[in-house]
Ligand binder design. Structure first.
Ligand code: ADP
Ligand code: ADP
Length: 226
């Protein structure tokens, strides 16, 4: 469980481009915040700053009241799910999911138990010995989810996780993600350009435009406007 606070967060790239400008957003424990906005408005930049993949130029990122600006990505207790899965091609599904636990030094038996529990949550039990190339797109996306969930992180970051899937699978996975996030009650920030996804998933929606917040509210309130 985590409360996230973005306090005056800014990103100016080396070429002087201001991708994110003085952003102030609080995200509650267990809340799913969905970020939408036109291409180039700063969504990925913001996610990457939260994940620690991009330095914060100005402002503060607080997790449960603690400043984490200077922490390495691996020290933030955050898991990110990407659209291109980012699975290790030479490893089995089991090893893909176990990897993050191994590098943290978890004992072998505990890893097995944790991976199996996660696999059952995602109905991946029968696929644990396969490699990514032997999986469908939807199955790969489930493994990517599994890899995020298995660590029991304080925060999920989703960067358009479903945009490579066909419409039917996207619909299924959308419901799956909602179900899992509710069940685990993990705070989440979810980036998408799909309006249906935003409507279905968001507890609260943030519309970004040119690095600034244009609107914040419940999906109903935002999409109802003319
Ligand atoms: P979105 O994810 O909403 O499409 P991005 O966060 O990727 O937007 O990009 C925000 C803006 O910052 C865009 O104008 C983009 O071209 C610019 N940008 C992204 N990365 C860099 C970079 N490394 N250097 C300079 N400008 C960048
Ligand atoms: P995405 O599909 O995630 O929006 P992009 O194709 O916009 O990714 O960007 C790919 C990479 O190029 C990213 O690492 C981003 O930071 C970088 N990038 C994007 N825009 C610029 C830019 N104007 N100048 C320099 N790097 C950029």
């Amino acid at each position: 469980m985590a409360k996230i606070e973005l306090k005056g967060l800014q990103k100016t790239y080396a070429n002087g481009h201001r991708a994110v400008q003085a952003l102030n957003i609080d995200i509650d424990h267990g809340e799913m915040l969905v970020l939408v906005g036109p291409s180039g408005c700063g969504k990925s930049t913001l996610l990457r700053m939260i994940a620690g993949l991009e330095p914060i130029t100005e402002g503060e990122l607080l997790i449960n009241g603690e400043r984490v600006n200077e922490r390495e990505p691996g020290e933030r207790d955050i898991a990110m799910v990407f659209q291109n899965y980012a699975l290790y091609p030479h490893m089995t599904v089991f090893d893909n999911m176990a990897y993050g636990l191994k590098v943290r030094g978890m004992a072998r038996a505990a890893i097995r138990a944790r991976v199996e529990e996660t696999a059952s949550l995602l109905e991946l039990e029968a696929l644990l010995e396969r490699r990514p190339r032997q999986l469908s797109g939807g199955q790969r996306q489930r493994v990517a989810m599994g890899r995020a969930i298995v660590r029991n992180p304080r925060l999920f970051l989703f960067d358009e996780p479903l945009s490579n899937l066909d419409a039917k699978l996207r619909g299924q996975m959308r419901l799956e993600i909602k179900r899992l996030q509710r069940k685990l009650n993990t705070t989440a920030v979810y980036v998408t350009h799909d309006q249906v996804e935003a409507m279905t998933l968001a507890d609260r929606l943030v519309v970004l435009n040119q690095g600034r917040v244009e609107q914040v509210g419940r999906p109903m309130d935002i999409y109802r406007r003319p």
